[in-house]
Design a protein around this ligand. Structure first.
Ligand code: XMP
Length: 536
């Protein structure tokens, strides 16, 4: 079935559809974009799960997939430790699509030849297609695609045909008898023209998938699984004041009601007035049962003199767990029903996971997002992370479906370690005050310009730099603040925002006038990659 114009009818969308079977399984070879593939499939309302390439055949079979996608990855199939999946997945009798490394692995495994290219292909390239492939049905014969590879296929395995080429390389192959397809380029990224249509051809035309997944379905399936996971137990939710933990709390609250207690910690690393305002929002608008803990002194004492970004993240992660363990003990002591407090609920998202730990494949660690990589191994909790496979915009949609106030849903992301990763170098109360002042100006001006919900994040960073200035005819030797405003769809990639000059000017003038000790303001014009959104 190919749904017309890409969307299901309103009736279909509203109905409660949830199946974790008969979807597309994505096997992860360590690509940075693996979850993006799964999310693109879910956007077509077809269930998709990511499994490590090393998943057992039974684990894959249990999902009864109608198709398998082999992801990209940073390795070469000839590397000594190249990621490898059991070739018996190719005997399942379901269609397979290999993307980038996935195509190379497919070709290599079936007897073709892969070789390092003379010239690596990164970024945009023009693709020329041979007519007649189901995968490219309805796609123009020439289109711009996006590449990121060093190796390429030079000999296709027996029975395969080449269906597309770029100037430098074989770009797509297929074996129609077996329903095996390979694309050297990334259909999942926005930069590939008609990438979604190519993926839709695979999902619906080749695999014959049925639309079996939507937001309401996700909510009901998640609530069911939380109920099973936490039967007869209590849980504590670590609220950060942001959308992710609020949505996680709302989901768990629906699942287990009063057995959930929410804790919102003031680390002393929050933005101006954030603790009081957020506590009120969570209690009054979300009607959540929230304990507010002011732990400013503890966090700042532990962080004194620490400059290494990863150390800061770990210290904060550990301190959080200590506080939650204390709250756990208090709850147990006060409990009348004797139910154990076994779980910690967190609003962890996929981008936090993929950049922090190598969970589902061999992706490289970028930084330890505190709610994933910054936690101790010996925590006295099991984790409930209902949003772990989702991206921010998917979480916002789930939140909307759950009826959360827009005020929470449009909030910019704020990192768990807070301002600690926006003060480069060691953290002091004075620096925190300076950064809070500058940050408040940036956010106020972004709001005034009507840009708050158009940009992904807008914030200030305090640099470990002092420079000479002149104010009121006198010399100053003051701090420098960087303004960071980025646009992004999912935080996996981001571009710096081309803000109007007058907005930048207002920010700069206000910061040097209103924030004592700052005499210089710079604008960060780096995208991700190669930079990251936060500076630490
Ligand atoms: P980076 O700096 O890795 O950030 O490009 C990507 C997105 O994640 C946010 N971020 C975090 N979120 N815990 C979080 O919950 C963290 O430790 C953390 N570190 C970064 C960041 O603000 C951006 O939106």
């Amino acid at each position: 079935m190919t749904p017309s114009s890409g969307a299901a009818s309103q009736k279909e969308t509203d109905s409660l559809v949830s199946s974790t079977k008969h979807g597309i399984v994505v096997l992860d070879f360590g690509g940075q974009y693996t979850q993006l593939i799964a999310r693109r499939v879910r956007e077509q309302q077809v269930f998709s799960a990511v499994l490590p390439c090393t998943a057992k055949l039974d684990e894959i079979r249990a999902l009864e997939p109608v198709g398998i996608i082999l992801s990209g990855g940073p390795s070469s199939v000839y590397d000594k430790d190249a990621p490898y999946c059991d070739p018996k997945v190719l005997d399942f009798g379901v269609p397979v699509l290999g993307i980038c490394y996935g195509m190379q692995w497919l070709a290599h495994t079936l007897g073709g030849k892969v070789s390092p290219a003379d010239r690596r292909e990164y970024g945009r390239a023009s693709l020329d297609l041979t007519p007649g492939s189901k995968l490219f049905s309805g796609i123009p014969a020439t289109l711009n695609i996006w590449n990121s590879h060093g190796d390429h296929v030079i000999d296709v395995p027996e029975g395969f045909a080449i269906t597309g080429r770029t100037h430098n390389a074989v770009a797509s192959v297929e074996h129609t008898g077996k329903n095996f397809y390979g694309v050297q380029f990334h259909v999942e990224v926005n930069h590939t023209e008609r990438g979604t249509d190519i993926l839709r051809n695979f999902i619906f035309e080749v695999c014959g998938a049925k639309q079996n997944w939507n937001r309401a379905g996700f909510i009901s399936a998640t609530i069911d699984s939380i109920r099973k996971q936490s039967e007869g137990c209590r849980a504590i939710c670590a609220l950060s004041g942001g959308v992710d933990s609020a949505v996680a709390a709302a989901l768990v609250h629906r699942a287990i009601g009063d057995r959930l207690t929410n804790v919102f910690v003031n680390t002393g690393l929050l933005r101006r007035n954030e603790f009081e305002e957020t506590l009120a929002l969570l209690r009054d608008r979300l009607h959540l049962n929230v304990i507010g803990v002011d732990a400013t002194d503890r966090f700042l004492a532990k962080l004194a003199g620490v400059t290494d970004p990863e150390k800061k993240r770990k210290i904060i992660g550990y301190e959080f767990i200590d506080i939650f363990a204390e709250e756990q003990r208090k709850l147990i002591a006060a409990s009348k029903d004797g139910l154990p407090v076994k779980f910690l609920v967190q609003g962890t998202l996929y981008p936090d996971v993929i950049e922090s730990v190598s969970v589902k494949g061999p992706s490289a660690v970028i930084k330890s997002h505190h709610n994933v990589g910054g936690l101790p191994d010996d925590m006295p909790f099991g984790l409930i992370e209902p949003l772990r496979d989702l991206f921010k915009d998917e979480v916002r949609q789930i939140g909307r479906e759950l009826g959360l106030p827009e005020e929470i849903l449009i909030k910019h992301p704020f990192p768990g370690p807070g301002l600690a990763v926006r003060i480069l170098g060691d953290i002091t109360r004075e620096k925190l005050d300076t950064l809070r002042g500058a940050d408040a100006v940036v956010v106020e001006e972004i709001r005034k310009a009507g840009l708050y919900s158009k940009v992904w994040q807008a914030f200030a960073v305090l640099l470990p730099v002092r420079s000479v200035g002149v104010m009121g005819d006198g010399r100053t030797y003051g701090n420098a603040v960087a303004i960071r405003v980025v646009e992004s769809l999912d935080a996996m990639t981001a571009d710096w925002s081309r803000l109007p000059m007058d907005v930048l000017e207002r920010m700069s003038v206000r910061i040097v006038n209103e924030v004592p000790g700052v005499n210089r303001v710079v604008y960060d014009i780096s995208s991700k990659p190669p930079s990251t959104i936060e500076w630490e």
